[in-house]
Design a protein. Structure first.
Ligand code: NAD
Ligand code: UDP
Length: 329
């Protein structure tokens, strides 16, 4: 009998790749999403798969599922800074109330729950590269605080359920991950630069571009998450690619890759934008025998090919997603 996994945020970037991976491993997959930042298109190819089912639901509301569930991966949450600045209350709710609902469901079903945490819990880090034992440097009341603090709360309540109720839990701290199925207009730097190159617009570097990030290709990320779920380790584990680059150097790489003749223009650095970010992945290496395999050049090429093949309509839908129907909830 196949085991069943519930994946929240299934219509999003990472959630949809997780659905593919668990189906490939022979699981029955139940996807759940309210489409607030995701897209039905990301799971359209699974429509006729008898092992896949989908429930449209906001996880901040009580979750009722009749069947047995063995694993839960909680990936529902806005993930792009532009998204969570526009829907701050939903962001706080999905990390707190949503996580509480999923913990309750996991407890009732005796399921193992993995939550998607983030490098953002380290804030603008004073320790570099970031190790799991670093407590972080987050501005609770800054604009990014809605995401960072929701994720920090998510980790705390997950550990409380683990310690108090003996629930089997896993916490992955995901560092910037990219690949096909990101929303072209979600505002994150890779779709932003690639969309700009494809539309013949200048590339917008925020600040002076000296801030750094370390980009992980989606297949590597999914492999790390899968191994962590199947491990017996309940404490947080960083999964990301330690190869760090400044955003201005990254813009130059994108110019070379895309062949755009446009230039780089500089805009204000968003408030509390972390100045440096690089995962220390020693723990994942040791515990999960995992490390990234796809280098940035390969991963960026696959991702650019994906964006190149989007329709004109999607390419020019550069206005941001319409959140008006969600903002009074
Ligand atoms: P995404 O925006 O593509 O996907 C998130 C999905 O969650 C969307 O489909 C959205 O509609 C859904 N969702 C949001 N709120 C919901 C709710 N209340 N009920 C049901 N569904 C809801 O983002 P992503 O990049 O795939 O990120 C997925 C998860 O991974 C998030 O929890 C994010 O915080 C975490 N993460 C991602 C990255 C990254 O680099 N991609 C980095 C760190 C953490
Ligand atoms: N960034 C940028 N131009 C853009 C979008 C983002 O220079 O058009 C910068 C942003 O300020 C940050 C980095 O790129 O320093 C990564 O931003 P992203 O939104 O992808 O994710 P973050 O790591 O900040 O959550």
């Amino acid at each position: 009998m196949s085991k069943t996994v519930l994946i929240t945020g299934a219509a999003g970037f990472l959630g949809s790749h997780l659905c593919d991976r668990f189906l490939k491993e022979g699981f029955k997959v139940i996807g759940m999403d309210n489409f607030i930042t995701g897209d039905e298109k990301n799971i359209a190819h699974l429509k006729n798969n008898s092992k896949f089912s989908f429930i449209k639901h906001d996880v901040t509301e009580f979750i009722k599922i009749e069947t047995d569930i063995h694993y839960i991966l909680h990936f529902a949450s806005p993930a792009s800074p532009i998204d969570y600045l526009k829907i701050p209350i939903q962001t706080l709710k999905v990390g707190s109330l949503g996580t509480h609902n999923l913990l309750g469901l996991a407890k009732a079903k005796k399921a193992r729950l993995l939550i998607a945490s983030t490098s953002e819990i380290y804030g603008d880090p004073l320790v570099h590269p970031q190790t799991e034992d670093y407590y972080g440097n987050v501005n609770t009341i800054g604009p990014r605080g809605v995401y960072d603090e929701a994720k920090r709360f998510q980790e705390s309540i997950t550990m409380a359920y683990h310690r108090f109720h003996g629930l089997e839990t896993r916490i992955v701290r995901i560092f910037n991950t990219y690949g096909p199925r990101m929303r072209l207009n979600d505002g994150r730097v890779i779709p932003a630069f690639m969309g700009q190159a494809l539309r013949g617009e200048d590339l917008t570097v925020f600040g002076d571009g000296s801030q750094t990030r370390s980009f992980c290709y989606v297949d590597d990320q999914i492999e790390g998450i899968y191994r962590l779920l199947m491990s017996d380790y309940a404490f947080p584990v960083n999964i990301g690619n330690p190869h760090e680059i400044s955003i201005s150097d990254f813009a130059e790489e994108i110019i070379k890759l895309t062949g755009t003749t446009q230039k780089v223009i500089y805009k204000d650095l968003p408030v509390n934008d972390p100045l440096q970010r690089q995962p220390d992945i020693s723990l994942a290496r040791k515990l999960l025998d995992w490390e990234p395999k796809v280098n940035r050049a390969e991963g960026m090429k696959i991702t650019f090919d994906y964006f190149k093949n989007l329709s004109e309509e999607e390419l020019y839908r550069s206005d941001h997603k319409d959140f008006s129907s969600y903002n009074n909830k």
